[in-house]
Design a protein around this ligand. Sequence first.
Ligand SMILES: Cc1cc2nc3c(=O)[nH]c(=O)nc-3n(C[C@H](O)[C@H](O)[C@H](O)COP(=O)(O)OP(=O)(O)OC[C@H]3O[C@@H](n4cnc5c(N)ncnc54)[C@H](O)[C@@H]3O)c2cc1C
Length: 416
Amino acid sequence: MSDALRNWAGNIAFGASSLARPKSIEELQDIVSQADKVRTLGSGHSFNRIADTGGTIISLSQLERTIRIDAVANTVTVDGGATYADVAPKLHQAGYALRNVASLPNITIAGAVVTATHGSGDANQNLAAAVAAIKIVGPTGEITAMRRGEPDFDGAVVNLGALGILSELTLDLVPAFDVRQNVYLDLPVLTLVDNFHELMGRAYSVSVFTRWQGTHADMVWVKSLDGAGTPADEILGARAATGPSHPIPGMDGSVCTGQMGLVGPWHERLFHFAIGNTASAGAELQSELFVARADAPAAIAALHAAQDQFSPALFISEIRSVAADQLWLSSAYQQDTIGFHFTWKPEWETTIAAVKAVEAALAPFAPRAHWAKVFTLPAADVRSRYPRLADFRALANRVDPNGKFRNDFVTALLFD
Ligand SMILES: Cc1cc2nc3c(=O)[nH]c(=O)nc-3n(C[C@H](O)[C@H](O)[C@H](O)COP(=O)(O)OP(=O)(O)OC[C@H]3O[C@@H](n4cnc5c(N)ncnc54)[C@H](O)[C@@H]3O)c2cc1C
C-alpha cells in the first residue's frame, strides 16, 4: 500500500498492507473473515499507533449512515463509521441530545468510545458510558450483540479496537437542552488550586485552559444549562472575555461554538469547535493524563512547580472533569477523575521530553493515560492502574483467540 495513509495529525504513517472501505456489513464480514490481521480506522484523530497494523486497515466511512432513534427506549443506534457531526444535528432536530460530547464533532463515535474519549463536567461520564448496546464483528466475520447489564459488557465497550469491529452502537439519549457558554480570562493559579472543586462544580461543563506560564491560567470555559442563573461578570478574579476565544490563545475564536453567554442548542455549545469548522491547530501532538479528582489541586500545584520544564513545547493545556464509571478500561474506572490534557507543538523530540516531564510531575498521583494520545508510561505502570485488566485479557482471548484484532501497540501495552 502507498505510504500516503496517515493520521489526522500526520505524525503516524500507517504500516498496513491494504486498506478496505466496505460499503455494506456483508462486505465488512467477508473482509474480516479473510484477513490475517485487522484494525479499524475511524477518523484517524489518535496520536499514537493504536489504529495501526501491518495487515488490513478497514475504514467504515463508506458504510451507509444509520441513525435510528427508539423513542420508547430513548436511544439512538448508529453505524460504526458515524461521526458525532453526522448524528448530533439529527438528534437535535428530533428533540433529543447526547448528555455530553468531546471538544470536536468530527471524530467517529466508535473511535471515541473504544478509547474512552470524554468531555467535561463533574456529573458527566466518559462518552463510552452512554453506550447501551453494541454489535461487534468477530474474527470469523460473525456478529455478536451485547447489551448493558450482560456479563462482560463493561469490558467490551472501551476495548482499544482489540475485540473486533463495532458495526453498530446504541447510545442513551436525553431530551434536547440549551446551553450558554461563557469564557473568563486570567485566573490566578493559586486561586485555582484553592478553589478547584468549587470551580469545576459550578456549571454543567467547565474547562480550564492554561499554557502553564507565569502565575495565571489563561481561560475558564463555562458551559451552563440554560436557566441555571445569570452568568457571573467574573469568576474568582478571572474577567469575562469580550470576544470569541479559541482554546489556543491568539487563534481565531470564530471557529468555535457560540460564546458570550448566547443561549444555543447543546450541539452548538458543548463541542468547543463548531460542526463544519477546523478543529484545534491541525499541526499538533496531544497527550493526556488522568488523576483522581480529589488529588487534582495537588496535581495542579505539582505541574505549576514543574512548568518551566514543559511549557515552551505547549500550544495549550486543558483541565477537565469526568465522573466515575464501571467500564473496565475506562480512564475514569471507579474513580471521579480530572484529565490534564496537553496540545503540543508538532516537534516530536521536544514533545516527548515535555511529556516525560509532565509524567514525572504527576507520577505521585498514579495517573492513567489517554489511550489515543502520546504517552511514555511503562506498560507495567499502565497495567497496574486497571484492576480488571486480567478480565479484559480473558475476554479478548475468548472472543479473538488468535489475536486477529490485536496490533503491536495493544499487545505490548496490555498482553505481552
Ligand atoms: C483535535 C482533536 C481533539 C480531540 N478532543 C478530544 C476530547 O475532547 N476528549 C478526548 O477524550 N479525546 C479527544 N481527542 C482524541 C480523540 O477523541 C481520540 O483519538 C478518538 O479515538 C478519535 O476517534 P477516531 O474516530 O479518530 O478514531 P481513530 O483514531 O481512527 O481510532 C482510534 C481507535 O478506535 C478504533 N476504532 C475506530 N473505529 C472502530 C470501530 N468501528 N470498531 C472498533 N474499533 C474502532 C481504532 O482501531 C483505534 O484503535 C481529540 C483528538 C483531536 C485530534
